[in-house]
Design a protein around this ligand. Structure first.
Ligand SMILES: Cc1cc2nc3c(=O)[nH]c(=O)nc-3n(C[C@H](O)[C@H](O)[C@H](O)COP(=O)(O)OP(=O)(O)OC[C@H]3O[C@@H](n4cnc5c(N)ncnc54)[C@H](O)[C@@H]3O)c2cc1C
Length: 873
């Protein structure tokens, strides 16, 4: 233990240390090592009596890692991998603690750690650009950089049960287990809590106790660990080339080098699904859940198949049907709360002396001097074990009174949820870093991989500052807000936010409901962190020695699934459409259509023919499954007037048909260059007229129509509305223009900003226009509806634009121009989307919100008409 006088030179001159680190678990130990290696002076302050962090405190029976030992270990020291052999697939707490003690001894780390020293406050002094740290031992320490390696699961959540203090028997907390161990022989024991620690400890406590009663509020999904020797195929893979194995882990989704599935659960037969789930059950690996199918955490239906499989296993293992049912989770999707790995957990409930009390049926009333009362029963115990979890991720950080610039405390700044840039830093708190903090993959990954990545990033950042004669670093507000948005965008396309989990802060009363970790993947996260550095510390202000370098910006602006799609397309190296002939481009686009998800089922699909301006046109009608008749929407597909068909836009039409509960008639119009301007426009108008005249024959409600189109189809929908206005009919009560072409002018900023990287490029738009219309015709409002002299009197409109679309600004301009002309217009700008992503049903989940809004607008257009009719009557 360090004497407090060691920090005597606090508050004047040079700071005591370049860096103060809080914690000496996996993160603190590696930080000390790395900082030393780079020549920084560093001190770690640790509340515990020795190194180990999680593995120092959590000594309860059955405590083990749930990521395979060969993966859950350091990679920074290759010698460690040969000198340390893990004895089991999932090492026990004593073995992991011995490993960390070995690392501390090997690298002589203890000499820079003050044990039994809890950091109570940290205050930024802007005049000296230093942090002043105060500890529970009265010490004051100054440092240039303050790094919290305080752990994500190091602040136990105290049980909030009435009477907790009055029990006179033995009381234990899994997260603060006595070092001497506990013998439950001949004792009546209660365990409160069935999260990971409860599930690991219950079978072993049951093996000793005379009687065990488990109090369960919510059951969790658990799969058997099948612990034993490390599986031979994994060990062989590891031994073959350790460096490359580790590198694959670093660039994997969860920090473990396994191939994830490329197929969705609903895309295979029930037999195959079951076979894959049996394999997951047998493999006993948490990441195995992601190996089964690629949409388990995305698609509720897919997830439910796995939930039901696990429930089936529970019902088979647990002999008492009532107990089995109580153990079956029904309030959350599997993996949206941390799933557990167990050894004989469910089997334990078949033992005569073990009983489960379902607190959802009989809530816990109070702890008494001799035991526990539920609302209907009184229990007597010799010992109570609390396995009540942690105030995760933010808890250990805000437990320290951290004060940044202008006297603002972190606790206040994070009152509505944590705000971080990359999970590493927070605005207003210069030179303050968190390891595996909120907004980083952290608890959703193999933590050792994430810890090493964070430590490397932080240390290299400090080195870069030193090399560039800078001292202070802080994220900009824009960068931070952009990252927080990205973290939320990633979470929002998954099922995670639906669960009352500690990932959401839901286990701690009063804690804001925010998804805390980053679910975009350790690989994507590492890429973002590296990119920030490669782009000159994008999103940071760095200063010192009279310099101030501001590099403001947002690192991830695309929606996460759009980004993934673009990366996948770039890997395929697809040929540019504009270098093909129209026939080849059409064939290519049909090939792409054939391999995408089909979209939802509708009630009925009917193909037919209607008279166009120059001959018959094919159409496809989509009817909702609900009782008709329905209102009718006429739809025009995209494809630059050259490509596409009702096949290409089929999933989009299905989706809108179901969501808006309207009949969709998707009309194939004549394509250029065989049929140039104004063939497509004339066909579109002819089709709307014919459909308007045949609504009842088509099974629709007589009355006005809505027209809708995407891209070039959006152009045709807009043009049709102008033509109908000029012709005095048909009656159109609404127009939905999704990323429409409205003008032939390429000079708007969106063409410059988005003309290259986002599928619809400027060269491709050129190619489309060249095929469709002679330059002399392009300014005709039938080609460029924005050029019309008068836009008044047009139907109500919804104009949808995508942020990363060359057509963004002309869509916005058309919405604005119509609004100026007195048309009721709503403009829906879609953040982070590209031209093609809004229509990519079941591929781009982040587009679902926009499709819901489109459908709501369609329903609204029709309702307004119905309201008018009712008023008139
Ligand atoms: C039971 C259990 C099992 C787990 N199993 C796995 C697993 O299999 N795989 C996995 O990836 N992750 C697992 N985790 C997560 C685990 O926390 C991390 O893997 C890892 O151990 C975290 O290391 P760390 O150094 O960041 O934090 P910790 O190990 O939590 O260490 C933080 C240290 O900081 C100290 N500290 C905190 N606040 C202060 C303060 N104010 N002043 C002084 N000291 C302070 C604490 O005393 C603690 O020793 C598990 C967690 C638990 C609780």
């Amino acid at each position: 233990m360090a004497p407090d006088s060691e920090f005597a030179n606090a508050s004047f001159g040079k700071p005591d240390f370049d860096v103060v680190v809080v914690g000496s678990g996996f993160a603190g130990l590696y930080l000390l090592h790395k900082l030393r290696e780079l020549g920084f002076s560093a001190k770690a302050l640790e509340a515990a009596g020795d190194v180990g962090g999680t593995w120092y405190w959590n000594r309860y029976p059955g405590a083990r890692c749930d990521i395979m030992s060969i993966d859950y270990s350091y990679s920074f020291d290759p010698d460690l991998e040969t000198e340390w052999q893990w004895s089991e697939k999932y090492a026990t707490q004593p073995e992991i603690l011995r490993y960390l003690q070995h690392v501390a001894a090997k690298h002589d780390l203890r000499r820079d750690i003050a044990f039994e020293t809890r950091v109570e406050s940290a205050t930024w002094d802007k005049d000296s650009s230093r942090w002043l740290i105060r500890t529970n031992r009265g010490a004051e320490i100054t440092c240039r950089y303050y790094v919290m390696a305080a752990g994500c699961l190091s602040k136990p959540k105290e049980p909030e049960i009435e009477g907790c203090d009055c029990f006179r028997g033995e009381v234990y907390y899994t997260s603060r287990w006595p070092h001497r161990g506990v013998d439950f022989t001949a004792k009546r024991v209660a365990v409160i809590g069935t999260g990971s620690s409860g599930i690991q400890s219950i079978p072993l406590i049951a093996a000793q106790a005379k009687q065990l009663t488990v109090f369960q509020r919510t059951p969790n999904f658990s799969i058997p660990a099948h612990n034993g020797p490390i599986p031979t195929h994994r060990l062989a893979d590891y031994e073959r080339d350790r460096a490359s194995y580790r590198e694959r882990g670093r660039w994997s989704r969860f920090g473990v080098p396994v191939e994830l599935s490329q197929i969705g659960a609903m895309q295979v037969s029930e037999d195959e699904r079951r076979a894959r789930y049996e394999a997951v059950w047998e493999a006993g690996e948490l990441v195995g859940i992601g190996l089964a199918f690629n949409d388990i955490i995305l698609n509720p239906k897919s997830n439910e198949t796995l939930c039901e499989f696990i429930r089936g296993k529970i019902r088979t293992i647990v002999t008492n049907p009532e107990t089995a049912e109580a153990l079956c989770p029904t309030d959350h999707y599997v993996a949206t709360k941390r799933a557990c790995l167990d050894t004989n957990y469910y089997e334990t409930y078949n033992l005569g002396h073990v009983r489960l009390v379902d607190l959802r049926k009989t809530p816990l009333a109070r702890i008494t001097e001799t035991g526990i009362d539920t609302t209907i029963e009184t229990f007597e115990f010799d010992a109570i074990v609390y396995a009540t979890g942690f105030d995760a991720m933010t808890g250990p950080i805000v437990a320290v009174n951290i004060t940044g610039r202008n006297g603002v405390t972190l606790r206040d700044r994070w009152a509505a949820g944590p705000l971080t840039y990359l999970g590493l830093m927070t605005t207003g708190f210069p030179n303050f870093f968190a390891v595996t903090g909120p907004g980083s993959p952290s608890v959703l990954s193999n933590m050792t991989v994430s810890i090493e990545q964070h430590v490397d990033w932080i240390c290299n950042c400090l080195k870069d500052l030193r090399d560039e004669n800078l001292e202070v670093i802080e994220p900009t507000a824009t960068a931070e807000a952009g990252w927080v948005q990205h973290v939320n965008d990633c979470a929002n396309i998954t099922l995670f936010p639906t669960a009352n989990s500690w990932y959401m802060g839901a286990n701690v009363p009063g804690k804001p409901r925010v998804f805390l970790p980053y679910i975009g993947g350790t690989d994507a996260y590492r890429t973002a962190c590296n990119e920030v550095v490669a782009r000159g510390y994008l999103g940071f202000v760095r200063s010192g020695s009279g310099q101030r370098r501001v590099n403001d910006g947002v690192i991830r602006r695309l929606q996460p699934d759009v980004q993934m799609l673009l990366e996948a397309m770039s890997a395929l190296n697809l040929p540019p459409l504009e270098e093909m002939s129209p026939e080849a481009a059409r064939a290519f686009s049909s090939e792409l259509s054939a391999v995408r998800p089909p979209g939802p089922e509708v009630g009925e699909i009917v193909d037919g023919v209607l008279p166009g301006a120059g001959g018959d046109l094919d159409y496809r009608l989509y009817r909702p499954a609900t009782a008709g008749p329905h209102r009718v929407v006429v739809y025009f597909h995209g494809g630059g007037w050259v490509l596409g068909s009702h096949d290409s836009d089929d999933p989009f039409c299905r989706d809108l048909c179901v969501r808006s509960n309207a009949v969709f008639v998707s009309v194939n119009y004549r394509h250029a260059p065989e049929h140039c301007f104004p063939a497509a426009a004339d066909d579109a108008f002819a089709a709307v007229r014919w459909i308007g005249d045949h609504l009842e024959t088509l099974g629709g409600v007589p009355g006005p129509l809505v027209v809708c189109g995407w891209s070039a189809g959006g152009n045709l929908a807009a043009v049709v509305c102008q033509m109908a206005r000029a012709a005095g009919g048909p009656n159109i009560c609404g127009q939905v223009l999704v990323a429409p072409v409205t003008d032939c002018d390429f000079s708007r900023p969106s063409y410059t900003e988005n003309g290259v990287d986002y599928v619809l490029t400027k060269p491709l738009m050129n190619w489309f226009w060249d095929h469709y219309a002679d330059p002399a015709n392009r300014t005709d409002p039938k080609a460029s509806p924005l050029r019309a002299n008068d836009l008044s009197g047009l139907p109500r409109a919804l104009v949808v634009t995508a942020e990363f679309d060359p057509l963004r600004d002309e869509g916005a301009a058309y919405a604005e121009a119509m609004a100026s002309a007195g048309v009721e217009v709503k403009h829906l700008p879609c953040r982070g989307q590209i031209h093609t992503s809004l229509t990519a049903v079941d591929m781009i989940l982040s587009g679902a919100g926009a499709r819901a809004e489109i459908s709501a607008a369609i329903r609204q257009f029709f309702h307004q008409v119905e309201d008018l009719v009712m008023r008139d009557n």
